[in-house]
Each structure stands twice: as C-alpha cells, then as structure tokens.
Design a protein around this ligand. Sequence first.
Ligand SMILES: [Zn+2]
Length: 64
Amino acid sequence: MISKEYGNYTFICDICGAGSDEEFETFQDAVDAKGDIGWKSKRMSGEWADVCPECIELEGREES
Ligand SMILES: [Zn+2]
C-alpha cells in the first residue's frame, strides 16, 4: 500500500510490512516511481497489493 507519513508518501509492503527507503511528495510521484525502485503491484485475494523488492525476489525463487 502507499502510506502517507510525516507529509510524504512511502510504500508499505503488503506481504512483509517493510517500508520503502524512498519518500515522495505526492501520491502520483510514488506511483510513477514504483517500478524504478523495484516495487510491484500484485493481485492478492482480489485486491491490489504493493510488494517490496525482497518479497518479489523470494516469490521468484519459489517459482523457479
Ligand atoms: Zn515485503
């Protein structure tokens, strides 16, 4: 999910709960930068979740 803290937007991983190191001034900036910082949207239980690079990597390992 995208979370607003201290006036800036950050990503919170919907799998492990880790926060992104990066902060963004606007919601749109965060959405635009998501791929650049290695985060992905993933459909989980019918809802879109934001997933951190570590969890993406773990899932990739399980699949291969
Ligand atoms: Zn994660």
